[in-house]
Design a protein around this ligand. Structure first.
Ligand SMILES: [Zn+2]
Length: 405
């Protein structure tokens, strides 16, 4: 009992001593306590756990209360302030350490990123089919000259000027983009005197050019950037297929416009139908599975069907004008040639001919995808020729609609 009283008195004295000191002296003493506490593993542990806990203030109060339990109220007030301060300092130290570690990790990640970009900006080498990532494996009949995964858009764009399996695919459609942009500008700048209904006619031709340029551009981007990453490959793959549907829709518009110039009902029905089918095809091509090599034949069938839906208005024209006049006046001959080019391309693409018969020999040129690309551009040129002739026939005929038009 007397021992307790003595210790209470001595603690009380310490407390008074503490409270009588100036603020600077108290701070100096706190620092000493903190420096002792930092070297003490238990205190560090306590500080760490408190830094992780949102409600550490409550914890500290509990700790303080437990330490001061059994002491006098006077002692508790003074000593708990000191304990509170060095616990605060411990928590702050732990937070600082955490922030410093975070900064260092971020710096290191930025360094790795910069290094990776330096490596990929021109320092990649072509690889064989078996070295490709699983999502890049599309055609096992092309053995070598593949681009590896190149996680840099700059390096992917620069790969346009290097030799690999996609060089032919990129350039066949990039030159197509330049060609159709040139024809578009030329055609839209033709004088108004060459048209009957200048705005309507230029708009329907513009829709054809828009579909063609978007299709070829999306394809060029897919073949250029497709090796960046799986995510980019999927996004541009979907754009590529959507572009094909847009091209087919755009091709229908001027053809149906001139073929049913004097017959507005079938004109509206056929234009609406191709738009609905085209949008449905774009919707289907948004599924990830649609873009996989397993669905190659399904893709070919879907796009061939969309193109072949033109058979119905073609039969309509043949019945209306007779078979031979529909080939000359209706320009259906060019339409049939376009269909043959598209279908040949789709067949070669689906069957992977000729590389199937010459594995490893078509890695750079004459692979089915390149032939398909060339046939798509040729089909678009043939179609443009056909609709230009339709426009000329209409211009010579005049605006007046006669029986049988
Ligand atoms: Zn392609």
């Amino acid at each position: 009992m007397s021992m307790n009283l003595d210790s209470n008195v001595s603690f009380s004295t310490k407390s008074v001593h503490y409270q009588n000191k100036s603020d600077d002296e108290n701070e100096e003493e706190d620092n000493k306590v903190i420096s002792r506490s930092v070297s003490c593993p238990k205190v560090i542990e306590s500080a760490k756990s408190m830094s992780d806990d949102e409600d550490h203030d409550e914890e500290k109060t509990k700790a303080t209360n437990s330490v001061s339990y059994g002491s006098t109220a006077h002692y508790r007030a003074g000593y708990s302030t000191s304990l509170h301060n060095y616990l605060d300092s411990g928590v702050q130290t732990a937070r600082d350490m955490k922030n410093r570690t975070k900064d260092k990790v971020n710096q290191a990640m930025e360094e790795v990123d910069r290094f990776a970009h330096k490596v990929w900006d021109g320092r990649w080498r072509v690889v064989s089919f078996f070295q490709l990532q699983e999502w890049q494996k599309d055609n096992e009949f092309l053995h070598h000259w593949h681009r590896p995964q190149i996680p840099s858009f700059k390096a992917c764009l620069a790969s346009i000027f290097r030799i690999h399996t996609e060089t032919g695919n990129i350039w066949t459609h990039l030159l197509g983009v330049i060609l159709f942009l040139g024809i578009c500008v030329y055609y839209l700048c033709l004088p108004a005197t060459q048209f009957i209904n200048v705005w309507q006619e230029k708009v329907v031709f513009f829709l054809f050019f828009l579909g063609a340029v978007l299709c070829l551009l999306c394809s060029t981007l897919f073949h250029t950037l497709g090796c960046h990453s799986e995510r980019v490959h999927k996004i541009f793959g979907k754009l590529d297929y959507s572009g094909i549907a847009l091209m087919i829709m755009g091709s229908f518009v001027p053809w149906v416009y001139y073929s049913f110039y004097c017959d507005s009902e079938p004109k509206v029905v056929y234009m609406t139908s191709i738009c609905v089918l085209g949008v449905a095809t774009i919707g289907v091509s948004q599924y990830d599975k649609f873009n996989t090599s397993r669905f190659r034949s399904f893709r070919a069938v879907i796009f061939a069907s969309l193109g072949l839906s033109g058979i119905i208005p073609a039969i309509h024209i043949a019945i209306k004008h007779g078979f031979m006049p529909s080939l000359t006046k209706g320009q259906l001959g060019w339409l049939y040639l376009m269909a043959v080019l598209y279908l040949t391309g789709a067949f070669l693409y689906a069957m992977r001919i000729p590389e199937r018969y010459f594995p490893g020999k078509c890695d750079l040129v004459f692979q089915s995808h390149q032939i398909f690309h060339v046939l798509v551009v040729l089909a678009a040129v043939v179609h443009f020729h056909g609709i230009s002739n339709l426009q000329k026939v209409r211009f010579l005929h005049g605006e007046q609609c006669m029986a049988g038009d």
